[in-house]
Design a protein around this ligand. Structure first.
Ligand SMILES: *Cc1c(COP(=O)(O)O)cnc(C)c1O
Length: 421
């Protein structure tokens, strides 16, 4: 007798197969019988350097034998201190305070609470949060509130808080977005406290890309109107877009930045919300009522911090940037190849992420194409999980040219198989 496992984002009623993985190494997962599956999406956007990187494995082993877990309220430990030191080399100097949590969703909740606390403690309570259409920031209630509303959260919609939504600044529609943002910022009856965005590329919303110039302009508008700018770099962080953080490409220094997925190399849960001194100072007081009221049991877990320190060491010591540049060049060459296909649209690339839509004549997230594609790739031993009819690749940086070529070939097959003739 065994309990039934309820999987995330899985409709068990469809009885789709749930393959079991026994081990992993580099860009590959292996079944017990030895079948190799290429991990084309970094195990849901988390793995950066590849599975079971020896340095991260060792850091976890060593730390777990030394100091496994301890309270972080009023106490501290070396792995957290070391991480605070290390992160200083990767973040803009203006983000000089870090707060730990356990996932991207909680990093976002922390960011929102910091922003609201900032305004509250300054005696200028502002409760309106601005968001971008099609955004995804996590699945907890607060994170869903600032994300796109739809079938994913309609059961909870009445409980989600109100936000101000600016349009996605797609090509040709940029000015409308900027004008909307300005209008919200000037609404003296209901001044916004913060804008939260996924910089350069909206992940779960369909790998939608917008320019660094627009990102910079949005940040500048916020700055000019004293609206806090929150960058959700949970997916974009740690190299995905070609730079360590996407904001770098726009020269944007956010007031608050969220990171999670790749922070530990994508091995073990850990999140950081980095904040400017102004945010911190708004909570700094001899009045207990003004402290930042947030914690979770595993805040700054030492094992997770040790894994993150190993991730930073890999960035420092290994040719991570060269690997990323290699993937970027390889994707470009593949895009050239795809120009010949007539039944795709929206071919786009942001750093190591390549995305396209297959034209099957129907096409939306709930269309049948998504599950059919999933099965198609699964049967060909590629871990690739399309978002509706959007196929995307987001590989770990250690992936080989041969493995990439395998993925590309199967994608071409899928286009020929499912695209309308
Ligand atoms: C994945 C993701 C989150 C949520 O992170 P979890 O660790 O899954 O809670 C938040 N924001 C963005 C942009 C994400 O891609």
């Amino acid at each position: 007798m065994s309990l039934n496992i309820w999987h995330p984002f899985t409709q068990h009623g469809l009885r789709e197969p749930i393959p079991e993985i026994a081990r992993a190494e580099g860009a590959a997962l292996y079944k017990a019988d030895g079948t190799k599956i290429i991990d084309a999406i970094s195990s849901w956007w988390v793995q950066t350097h590849g599975h079971c990187h020896p340095r991260i494995v060792k850091a976890i082993q060593d730390q777990s034998a030394k100091l496994d877990q301890m309270i972080f309220a009023g106490w501290t430990h070396a792995p957290a201190r070391e991480l605070a030191q290390g992160l200083a080399d990767f973040l803009p100097k203006s983000l000089d305070h870090i707060f730990f949590s356990d996932s991207g969703s909680t990093a976002v909740e922390v960011a929102l609470k910091m922003a609201l606390g900032y305004w509250h403690n300054r005696g200028d309570a502002r409760h309106k949060i601005l968001v971008m259409e099609h955004s995804y920031h996590g699945d907890t209630i607060g994170a869903m509130s600032v994300g796109e509303r739809g079938v994913f959260n309609q059961a909870y919609a009445p409980l989600l808080f109100d936000v101000g939504t600016i349009a996605f600044p797609g090509a040709g529609a940029e000015q409308a977005t900027l004008d909307q943002l300005k209008a919200f910022c000037k609404d003296s009856d209901n001044l916004p406290g913060a804008l939260i965005v996924e910089p350069l590329i909206l992940g779960a919303g369909g790998m939608k890309i917008y320019s660094a110039a627009i990102l910079a302009e949005m940040a500048a508008i916020c700055r000019a109107h004293d609206v806090l700018f929150i960058a959700d770099e949970v997916m974009t962080g740690w190299g995905r877009t070609g730079t360590v953080f996407a904001c770098e490409q726009a020269g944007v220094k956010p007031d608050i930045l969220c990171m999670a997925k790749g922070l530990t190399g994508g091995v073990i849960p850990l999140a950081v919300t980095a904040a400017s001194d102004a945010i911190y100072q708004a909570h700094f007081s001899d009045d207990r009522a003004q402290m930042f009221f947030h914690s979770s049991s595993f805040t700054a877990n030492p094992i997770a911090c040790a894994a993150a320190n190993a991730n930073l060491a890999i960035w420092r010591d290994e040719p991570v940037r060269e690997r990323i540049d290699g993937i970027i060049a390889s994707h470009r060459a593949f895009s050239e190849r795809l120009q010949r296909k007539s039944n795709i649209s929206g071919l786009r690339q942001c750093g190591t992420i390549l995305a396209l839509e297959i034209d099957d004549g129907a096409g939306n997230y709930m269309s049948d194409l998504g599950p059919m594609l999933l099965g198609f790739f699964r049967n060909r031993n590629i871990l690739l999980r399309p978002l509706g009819n959007t196929i995307y690749i987001m590989p770990p940086y250690c992936i080989s040219a041969e493995e990439l070529e395998c993925i590309y070939t199967v994608i071409e097959e899928a286009i020929d198989h499912f695209g309308k003739p």
